[in-house]
Write a protein that binds this ligand. Structure first.
Ligand code: GRF
Length: 193
């Protein structure tokens, strides 16, 4: 099977990006978009020799011009899918509509529980017995598109914010590459022109 071309969006440490780079088999990362010039994840792109467009959202007058610059940069690449991996900007409905059914995200909760931020805190505050992660299509409403995959684990009585973050990230770093390698090729190649 020919590897399909993938773009990854990041904002921070890029630990998920690193896992996606290391496990690439049925996909090939052709570009990375990063909105944060200080993101440590940029190093992973440089080391892997993957073009990385650093587009600092704070330098743009509004979301529309920021996203227009992302679209301009993406126009230089041929790709089938965009994977958001710790990308901390909310994409506008117009941007999402520009790439219909082509954007997926990983979110650190068992959606539809806890869309948005502070998911570990919310799970602990509610005395939840389990937590996990969700991979889903991106739709105009935040963290609410069709679910592709979920994985969960039991919360132990000793867990705190940090340990929940660590446990979640460790399953995310296996699940995201697995979904990109095993599930998404069927989708990404379906419409191959
Ligand atoms: C992950 O927990 C993901 O679920 C969330 O952001 C985190 C990614 O962090 N959307 P990193 O920048 O990949 O380390």
């Amino acid at each position: 099977m020919k590897a399909y071309p993938l773009v990854v969006f990041i904002s921070g440490a890029g630990s998920t990006l690193k896992a996606i780079i290391d496990a690439a088999n049925n996909y090939k990362i052709v570009a990375i978009i990063c909105n944060n010039p200080d993101a440590l994840g940029i190093e992973h792109a440089i080391k892997a020799n993957i073009p990385c467009h650093v587009i600092d959202h704070s330098k743009f007058a509004d979301k529309q011009s920021f996203e227009a610059e992302i679209i301009r940069c993406l126009s230089f690449h041929d790709f089938k899918l965009i994977a958001l991996a710790g990308f901390m900007r909310i994409l506008s409905p117009e941007f999402v509509a520009h790439y219909p059914d082509q954007i997926i995200n990983i979110h650190p909760s068992l959606l539809p529980k806890y869309p948005g931020l502070n998911t570990y805190h919310k799970a602990l505050a509610n005395n939840d017995t389990e937590h996990g992660t969700t991979i889903h299509y991106v739709s105009p409403e935040v963290d609410s598109g069709t679910i592709i995959a979920q994985e969960k684990f039991a919360i132990s009585k000793d867990d705190d914010n940090n340990s929940l973050a660590q446990k979640t990230k460790s399953i995310e770093q296996k699940l995201y590459p697995q979904v990109l390698n095993d599930f998404m090729p069927k989708y990404a190649q379906k419409d191959a022109k």
